[in-house]
Design a protein around this ligand. Structure first.
Ligand SMILES: [Zn+2]
Length: 235
């Protein structure tokens, strides 16, 4: 609970208009295995935004878990203990995922076929919503300012985090390395900033905060990923 008084009302760090009456985890706590790491970041949030976020969090976790499971370790455990039970209970989500599955051949970099696998299309709405929320939350966490409707957030999916940014961006690692992020803000600007996220060393995304709503992104998004692990138990 966040305490407020009439002179100093804590506003929700997402909408920036309603009173914050709860806290939200950044990134969503459901993407981490239990027992949950104790260094997760929380931000002030209103009931409505928190409720809306929860709807997207489950979907994000499902796709993330499927995507990063190939990394093994905690990522694989997320798929087994976090995603499979969700998929079993959530028929709609399971159907959405299966509807986009297509058989593909896996190849080496030079194009030699190494096997068969299934590709999955990640629901970009669920992906981008959560990535944008993480950017807005972390922006508040680091700069104590609410983006709200003052600037727009453009999100991207990276195949790998681009090289060469390590020297100009701040880097932070939480949750035993399961979530890492890079960021920086233009000094003289209120909101213009860049954000890059690494989930379980297997999913990379990020975005920019900009005052220019029509600015075209210079990154290419890859929204299809290949499942190369055993899906037994998913259906
Ligand atoms: Zn809100």
């Amino acid at each position: 609970m966040i305490f407020t008084n009439s002179k100093n009302i804590q506003l929700c760090c997402y909408c920036g208009t309603r009173k914050a009456t709860t806290k939200d985890h950044i990134p969503p706590k459901s993407i981490f295995n239990k027992p949950r790491p104790n260094d997760l970041i929380t931000v002030p949030c209103c009931f409505e935004c928190n409720n809306e976020a929860s709807k997207h969090d489950e979907k994000f976790k499902a796709y993330l878990g499927m995507h990063v499971a190939r990394q093994g370790g905690e990522a694989k455990r997320l798929f087994k203990e976090g995603v499979l039970p969700t998929a079993k209970h959530n028929n709609k989500l399971r159907k959405t995922i299966f509807d986009t599955m297509r058989p593909v051949y896996t190849t080496t970099q030079s194009g030699i076929i190494t096997g068969k696998a299934m590709s999955v299309l990640w629901d970009s709405e669920a992906h981008d919503y959560t990535i944008e929320k993480i950017i807005r939350g972390l922006f508040y966490h680091h700069y104590k300012k609410i983006i709200g409707s003052n600037a727009s957030v453009k999100t991207h999916w990276f195949k790998q985090l681009p090289n060469g940014y390590e020297n100009i961006l701040y880097g932070k690692t939480i949750a035993n390395g399961q979530f890492m992020y890079l960021y920086n803000k233009v000094d003289e600007a209120n909101f213009d900033s860049i954000w890059m996220f690494n989930f379980y060393n297997g999913h990379f995304a990020g975005g920019i905060v900009t005052l220019h709503p029509n600015l075209k992104a210079h990154f290419i998004s890859f929204l299809t990923f290949v499942v190369t692990w055993d899906l037994t138990g998913f259906g």
